[in-house]
Structure formats: C-alpha cells, structure tokens
Design a protein around this ligand. Sequence first.
Ligand code: 13P
Length: 263
Amino acid sequence: MKPKALRKPLISGNWKMNFSHLEAINIVQKFSYGLGVSDPSRVDITLHPPFTALRSVQTVIDADDLPISLGAQDVHWEKSGAFTGEVSAEMLAKLNVSYVIVGHSERRQYFGETDEMVAKKAAAVHAFSMTPIVCVGETLEERDGGDTEGKVLGQLRAGLGLLDADQIARSVIAYEPIWAIGTGRTATPEDAQKVCASIRSAVAADHGAAAGASLRVQYGGSVKAANIEALMAQPDIDGALVGGASLDPAELADIVGRAASAR
Ligand code: 13P
C-alpha cells in the first residue's frame, strides 16, 4: 500500500445552504487572512459554496491567487436539457470548479437521492475532469445494529459503479456517519479509522492495489480544530469534510493549519 505520506491531505469546507454571494466573498477573504499563518502548501483546500456564490468565490480565488480550489455541493448527471432547477457538470467545470460533493447524506435523506443517481453524478463529474467527493455513511440505527460496514461498503460500491480504476484512484470518498453530522458527536478517531481502512481495502480488492492506495478518504461529522489532529493521525484518514465549523473562517483556517502540521 502507498504510504499515507504520499496522499496529500484534503480539507473541504461544505457550507451547505449558508451565505449569500456577498457574505461568501467576505468569508473567503477572512479565511485567506487566517491561512497566512499556516503552511497551506502541505494540504489541498476546497470550499463548497452554494451555486449562487460559486462565481463570486471563484473571482476572489483568482484575483488573490489563493491556494484554494473551488467546489460545488451537488450536480446533475445529464449534460443539458429540461431539468428545471438543476446544474450540469459542464456548467460547473466552466466556472473552474474542481471538486464536487455527490451523495451527501442530506441529499439522500431529504431529496431522495439513490445510489444509482450518486453513481451517475460521480461519472458526470469525472467526464468533465473534476473530482467527485463521494459521501457514504451509516445511521445510528445501522451502527447500533452492527451494520456499519455493510451500509458503507454497499454505498461505496454502488457510488463508484460507473467509474474505471483510474478514475477511482483520483476520486475522494467522504466517510460521514450520519449520527455525527451537526450533532457535536464525532466518531472516535479509532472508529473512523476502522471504517476508512475498510473503504480503502474494498477499493483495493475491487479495483486493484494502486486505486486503493491513491484514493483519498476524508472523515466528516462534527470536525473542528479541537479534533482534527487526532483524526489526521490515523493512517487511512486523509482529510476532512467540514460542515458547521467551515462557516467560521478563523476556525476553518485553524483546522487547515493543524491538518498541514499533522503531516
Ligand atoms: P458538520 O461538520 O456540521 O457535522 O457537517 C458535516 C458534513 O455534513 C459535511 O459535509
């Protein structure tokens, strides 16, 4: 297996449905001032604003040459057509988006997103040379019933089902236990590691050792500055998908700094 040190950590801020485009500009600027005190070159950083703020955030990143990649929170799998309210992968790519979250548990839970839709979205993202962040995770009931691995690996295999081994090697998986999202309850670093290691082993078994070794696996669920170092110390955790704490630019900069120095 490729040692963890060869996989660059990825810290992603998922803003969910927060911030107008004007607020977003302000947050990115504050975040970038905070980054000045850390070493961002040791870590990849993505920000995922709502669709309405993508263009504004992209303009700030470009104008100030910030070490941040633009991310989106969702995408539709079709190229174009009569899909009112949807946004295509090509539209995102034209905005310099490079990472797209697909299959977030909130989309699965509130918008009926299925594994099949997640697979089509991941394929559409790759078709336009962007990177999908494919989210997987179990409910508390599933965890208590001893079905964490069954649920997570089922979502993983389905979500990657339309990709080839090279595309999988370049993809990101976010393991986000649903009971840890927005609850302040983080999985213990050991529990998170166990699931992230199973994800990597399943990918290696299905798609070859190289894909398993290159794939980056993030943990998500109540990540903050106070717990990022213990998570990053785990051998199969390559970064974090941060929700609530990413809305505070100083906290997010602190998370990035700690993730960078944990390497
Ligand atoms: P919180 O960090 O608010 O728990 O959210 C996690 C998440 O869902 C990121 O996508």
